[in-house]
Design a protein around this ligand. Structure first.
Ligand SMILES: Cc1cc2nc3c(=O)[nH]c(=O)nc-3n(C[C@H](O)[C@H](O)[C@H](O)COP(=O)(O)OP(=O)(O)OC[C@H]3O[C@@H](n4cnc5c(N)ncnc54)[C@H](O)[C@@H]3O)c2cc1C
Length: 460
């Protein structure tokens, strides 16, 4: 990195907030994307840790005048390589944007600086114990700014939606250095194009978020777990449709095929409690009263039985429940080393059986294996692909193209949660036609005429 650029960054942010020795820069180069899939990071980078939006504005003006790339780094927990610098870059770390600015319990909103982590915000809300943020759409160290920029979502989307549904306002420094404020505490606002929604999910390509205002919700007091197993994925999906049609909206509805459940249980040193059937559903329900929770669990159990469940179980609160939740949360770790790709596709929820059987047929033709865990309630499945050989073979690209094409034919998307980033960019034309891709490129050019902010990301 040129010495005059690092010197300017020191003037803008202060000497102690600029990192250019290679040893320390290493910590800022990669996110949590699987090793085999992530692009190699460029090491010719400098890290700057601004403390104010005005400093970010100056940094971006410098990037424009020097025609050098800037990449924002949040918590570095992303799973699509979006935060990985692949060209010589100024890495803008948001780690000093740590303040919780306002907790407004009358309007049900919290305003935080973008570098506050999910864990920190939840601890703050936990201490007050009245309102809460109902989702956990990322790693605990993911920053609220990063969650907004990835429009992250988790299994609780069944009941509560994804980040997009909770964000009320953003403060953003545009790529050319202007500070803009989008949205606010309003319940209704129909003025002009909705730039805030455009910014959400833009993967750090349209601006640097400095503040986020999020919606909060009254805390529910009781939660419980129910497991049900079926002979086929189709029967499990039918149980999900019947439950939702009956007006019961659980917090989440997770699907595990039995081989995933058994392997993960072994990985965490526990026993999977179901024996009959091959396709398991985990319902998590949340209610305001103990009786309400009991009634909902009973109703779900009846619906599952009508749909052909061969076994069901309401584990005791406490250890039994937490074992099951631990197993479900660990499915990814259990397969980590053998995995080639953990796909993140989503289809209309009722079409999941069609998707899973189609994926399995395609994989079989390539001599690959696919295991699926998924958020059955919101149609998002993580299909773990294993190739015969451990390295990514040439044929993997063909296999992936076929899997994505099937997904799109069913009306789905190639990513429901983790985003396009740098690893799925080349697959975007499978989902969007040339007009849509051109409009996206046009939007990027309008915000970022010199293409300095996180190019090579999110759009094709
Ligand atoms: C254990 C674990 C569990 C996870 N669970 C989920 C899950 O349930 N659902 C899900 O969707 N994802 C999940 N993820 C992925 C990840 O946590 C999310 O994608 C999260 O949104 C990334 O936030 P981050 O702060 O780590 O962003 P980073 O990885 O640092 O960056 C992600 C992108 O956002 C940009 N960015 C970050 N901060 C800003 C900012 N302030 N302004 C502008 N751009 C910015 C970066 O440039 C980059 O393009 C998980 C990851 C892990 C490791």
């Amino acid at each position: 990195m040129k010495a005059d650029i690092t010197a300017r960054l020191e003037e803008i942010a202060g000497r102690e907030f600029v990192v250019y020795d290679q040893g320390h820069i290493e910590d800022y180069l990669y996110d949590e994307t699987e090793r085999r899939l992530r692009p190699p990071a460029c090491r010719d980078c400098v890290v700057v840790k601004p403390g104010k939006p005005e400093e970010i504005s100056e940094i971006l003006k410098l990037a424009n005048s020097e025609n050098i790339t800037a990449v924002v780094r949040g918590g570095g927990t992303g799973l699509c390589g979006a935060a990985i610098p692949v060209r010589p870059s100024i890495i803008i770390s948001m780690e000093r944007f740590k303040k919780i600015l306002e907790y407004d319990d009358k309007n049900f909103v919290i305003t935080v600086e973008a570098g506050v982590t999910l864990r920190e915000m939840n601890e703050f809300l936990q201490e007050r114990n009245v309102l809460y943020f109902p989702c956990h759409p990322g790693g605990a160290e993911a920053q609220v700014g990063g969650l907004a920029m990835e429009n992250a979502g988790d299994p609780r989307a069944v009941k509560h939606g994804v980040m997009r549904n909770h964000i009320k306002g953003l403060e953003v420094v545009t790529p050319t250095g202007a500070l803009i404020r989008l949205g606010g505490k309003l319940r209704k606002n129909n003025a002009g194009y909705d730039l805030m929604q455009l910014m959400i999910g833009s993967e750090g390509t349209l601006g640097v978020v400095t503040k986020v205002m999020l919606r909060l919700y009254p805390k529910t007091k009781y939660s419980g777990v129910l497991l049900a197993s079926f002979d086929t994925c189709g029967r499990a999906a039918d149980a999900v449709t019947r439950t939702l049609k009956r007006g019961i909206v659980p917090l989440s509805i997770e699907y595990l095929n039995r081989s995933v459940a058994l392997r993960t249980a072994e990985y965490v040193g526990e026993r999977w409690p179901l024996e009959k059937g091959r396709s398991d559903l985990l319902f998590i329900a949340e209610e305001d009263s103990e009786e309400g929770l009991f009634d909902v669990q009973k109703a779900i159990e009846e619906i599952c039985s009508e749909a052909g469940a061969v076994e069901s179980l309401v584990p005791e609160a406490g250890r039994d429940q937490s074992v099951i939740l631990t197993i479900c949360d660990s499915a990814y770790g259990a397969f980590g080393e053998d995995l080639t790709d953990s796909m993140d596709i989503a289809v209309p929820p009722a079409d999941i059986p069609r998707l899973i059987s189609g994926l399995e047929q395609i994989a079989e033709r390539y001599g690959a294996a696919i295991d699926t865990v998924g958020h059955m309630g919101d149609g998002n499945v993580h299909s773990n692909v294993y190739l015969a050989e451990k390295d990514i073979d040439d044929y993997y690209e063909d296999l992936k193209r076929e899997l994505y094409a099937l997904t799109v034919r069913i009306g789905g998307t190639i990513t429901g949660e983790y985003g396009i980033g740098k690893i799925r960019r080349d697959s975007l034309p499978v989902q969007y036609d040339s007009t849509q891709l051109r409009l996206m490129r046009g939007i990027k050019e309008l915000f970022d005429p010199n293409g300095i902010l996180n190019p090579d990301t999110a759009i094709y």
